[in-house]
Design a protein around this ligand. Structure first.
Ligand SMILES: *[C@@H]1O[C@H](CO)[C@@H](O)[C@H](O)[C@H]1NC(C)=O
Ligand SMILES: *[C@@H]1O[C@H](CO)[C@@H](O)[C@H](O)[C@H]1NC(C)=O
Ligand SMILES: *[C@@H]1O[C@H](CO)[C@@H](O)[C@H](O)[C@H]1NC(C)=O
Ligand SMILES: *[C@@H]1O[C@H](CO)[C@@H](O)[C@H](O)[C@H]1NC(C)=O
Ligand SMILES: *[C@@H]1O[C@H](CO)[C@@H](O)[C@H](O)[C@H]1NC(C)=O
Ligand SMILES: *[C@@H]1O[C@H](CO)[C@@H](O)[C@H](O)[C@H]1NC(C)=O
Ligand SMILES: *[C@@H]1O[C@H](CO)[C@@H](O)[C@H](O)[C@H]1NC(C)=O
Ligand SMILES: *[C@@H]1O[C@H](CO)[C@@H](O)[C@H](O)[C@H]1NC(C)=O
Ligand SMILES: *[C@@H]1O[C@H](CO)[C@@H](O)[C@H](O)[C@H]1NC(C)=O
Ligand SMILES: *[C@@H]1O[C@H](CO)[C@@H](O)[C@H](O)[C@H]1NC(C)=O
Ligand SMILES: *[C@@H]1O[C@H](CO)[C@@H](O)[C@H](O)[C@H]1NC(C)=O
Ligand SMILES: *[C@@H]1O[C@H](CO)[C@@H](O)[C@H](O)[C@H]1NC(C)=O
Length: 516
């Protein structure tokens, strides 16, 4: 199969790589490391939320996590508190129990070091180490006013390092009506691929653009495009991944463009006007000497071919990064995603498809392969990214909403005009993201995880459904109902929110002008 041709289509509408026989379940138990660390602002006695932003050292006997968090301050703005580093010996972590989020912390030592990173009004922070398990022999040395082991709040302590359901996990929240949205008028941005421009394709309702994501424990700033561009001055921001990252990229280009008076000074550097081919695209914002790029690399790792006895066949090198790395390794901000192509159908059912070195696995489960690829990615990041210059993000899995079938079997989301209202109807956290959470703590380079799965899960109303293209005839439209797009998002729409969250993080952790 011609792989360049294949990429012209949005992934869910691609023809299958090889015949699909039957689905198999990804019931692979992914063990997660749970440890709790809670930071308590004892001035106001509210518990700040802790974000899953982790850092680890690759060393054999220990690793450390770093996590930032925010809390709603009395005036409602987001204030940044501090960053803490925790080292836990591996021995203790091996004994982690997954089921009930407890950590058996037998005799690992817990070194906690907290340091103020930015000025903050919330000085008196107490650092608490903890799981449901007791912090046996822990030694804590907290900087600043930090203390250790005081005022333990048991109920809040069984959160995992990975989830930090403290009080301000900005991904834990709800959608609320916001009449000030969208950031750019429906149908107004020429840089949206037609398959995301639902309004131009005839979608009659427009309520789906009037929502904002409201975290439960704090507020996120709205995206100030002028400010974003000023801070991005002289920098390069690159989205790397599949068409869902293209979706996010086009959203950001449109949001930023909205603030530019002379729209001609925003352009794709090689004049491209369609962005669906496997390629590299760069939008230049002339007034700010910066660019916002998209590198199509759906697996992140390299698609390849293998010469077997019976001829050549397509493989996926789990041990090598895609050759596109040279185009983004020196970027100032990189936002990765991968996930939607790691399906049974798109990976030859895992049979004679995954390759490492000269070995082609006769069979490998998709989750296993995905985890190996992420390890390759993590290693590449640690060896090639200058963390002093580049801020790395990984955007989580965007949830799909096919009713009564899948993308290739009549699944539908047409006529959905309201988000899901109850969290009870949401799905389980994707196992691929659990696998990702397992990889990230072992990294040296700080990676910010945009954990957007849940917030997308609510938005069954946000997909193009049948409005994924323009229909010339009624017949075309009728047939469109059979192939709905319930995985990408209309623009303006849900990816605008991902960019808001990106902005919120950049204000805290961005390098260069972002620091000021
Ligand atoms: C955590 O461990 C790493 C590697 O062993 C070490 O460099 C670092 O200083 C430790 N941090 C703390 C807070 O102990
Ligand atoms: C957690 O699970 C372990 C073993 O499954 C069990 O012994 C323990 O009582 C559980 N703890 C809680 C708080 O449920
Ligand atoms: C951990 O505890 C076990 C027994 O619970 C003990 O045998 C072992 O020496 C301890 N390890 C360390 C590093 O303290
Ligand atoms: C809100 O509080 C923060 C931190 O105390 C402060 O920097 C900011 O100026 C305040 N904003 C308003 C609008 O009062
Ligand atoms: C910090 O909290 C402690 C205990 O709650 C309190 O005694 C102390 O005065 C506080 N310090 C500051 C600087 O607010
Ligand atoms: C470690 O914890 C155990 C049980 O909590 C306790 O008996 C022991 O004295 C502690 N050891 C140290 C060095 O604190
Ligand atoms: C945390 O523990 C509390 C009480 O022990 C329990 O009610 C709650 O469900 C637990 N949360 C999680 C996420 O396990
Ligand atoms: C991401 O969000 C999900 C809820 O959707 C949560 O279960 C998971 O623990 C979160 N992961 C991190 C690293 O915060
Ligand atoms: C947006 O940022 C610009 C530049 O920093 C500033 O002048 C403007 O007041 C901001 N707008 C809002 C609404 O905060
Ligand atoms: C534009 O940014 C680049 C870095 O990306 C820098 O080298 C160059 O000097 C800048 N040009 C101007 C005119 O500021
Ligand atoms: C090559 O083809 C033959 C006949 O179809 C088959 O028996 C054999 O297993 C194949 N070998 C490989 C390595 O796929
Ligand atoms: C990053 O910055 C730190 C502190 O400024 C410095 O010690 C380190 O050498 C720098 N690393 C690189 C790769 O430039």
């Amino acid at each position: 199969m011609d792989s360049s041709k294949k990429l012209v289509f949005s992934e869910p509408f691609m023809s299958q790589r090889r015949k699909v026989i039957s689905a198999f379940s990804l019931g692979v138990g992914v063990s997660l490391i749970f440890l709790t660390l809670l930071l308590l602002n004892n001035t106001s006695l509210t518990v700040p939320k802790v974000q899953g932003f982790l850092q680890g050292s690759d060393s054999d006997s220990s690793f450390s996590w770093r996590f930032p968090f925010t809390a709603r301050s009395s005036n409602g703005s987001v204030s940044f508190l501090q960053r803490a580093e925790v080292n836990v010996s591996e021995e203790g972590l091996e004994k982690t129990l997954v089921g009930n989020l407890t950590v058996n912390q037998k005799n690992e030592s817990l070194h906690v070091k907290a340091k103020e990173e930015h000025s903050s009004s919330l000085k008196n922070v107490t650092l608490l180490g903890v799981g449901n398990a007791h912090v046996g022999n822990s030694s804590c040395s907290a900087g600043g006013d930090g203390k250790c082991g005081e005022g333990l709040v048991r109920e809040s302590c069984n959160v995992s390092v990975a989830s930090f359901r403290g009080e301000c996990d900005i991904f834990d929240g709800k959608w609320v009506r916001d009449e000030s949205k969208p950031y750019y008028a429906l149908g107004s941005c020429p840089h949206i691929d037609r398959d995301f421009d639902c309004h131009l394709n005839g979608r009659p309702d427009s309520e789906y653009v009037k929502w904002k994501w409201q975290p439960n424990g704090c507020d996120i700033p709205s995206l100030n495009a002028t400010d974003f561009l000023e801070k991005l001055q002289g920098q390069k921001l690159v989205f790397v991944g599949d068409s869902l990252n293209r979706n996010m990229w086009e959203s950001l280009v449109c949001i930023l463009r909205q603030s530019i008076r002379d729209k001609k000074r925003v352009f794709e550097i090689s004049g491209k006007t369609e962005f669906k081919k496997k390629d590299i695209y760069a939008f230049r914002f002339e007034d700010y000497n910066c660019s916002v790029d998209f590198v199509s690399s759906p697996f992140i790792v390299q698609e390849s071919t293998f010469k077997g006895i019976n001829g050549s066949f397509e493989t996926l090198r789990l041990d090598l990064m895609d050759q596109t790395t040279t185009t983004y390794h020196d970027a100032d901000i990189i936002v990765f995603n991968t996930g939607h192509w790691w399906t049974h159908e798109k990976t030859s059912r895992g049979e004679d498809y995954y390759q490492e070195g000269n070995h082609v696995y006769s069979r490998l489960k998709v989750l296993d392969a995905y985890t190996r690829a992420l390890a390759t990615w993590a290693k590449w990041i640690d060896n090639n990214i200058d963390a002093n210059r580049t801020q790395v993000f990984f955007r989580g899995y965007s949830v799909t909403h096919f009713r009564g079938g899948q993308w290739n079997s009549g699944g539908q989301c047409h006529k959905e005009t309201q988000p899901i209202s109850s969290g009870k109807h949401l799905r389980k956290y994707p196992s691929k993201m659990r696998a990702f959470e397992h990889v990230i703590p072992k990294m040296k380079t700080p990676v910010i995880y945009l954990n957007i799965s849940r917030l997308t899960d609510y938005r069954k109303d946000g997909h193009p459904s049948i409005y994924r293209m323009e229909y010339k005839t009624a017949e075309e439209r009728t047939s469109a109902e059979l192939h709905q797009d319930c995985s990408h998002w209309c623009l303006p729409g849900v990816p605008d929110t991902w960019n808001e969250l990106l902005y919120a993080y950049l204000l805290k952790y961005g390098k260069g002008h972002w620091k000021s």
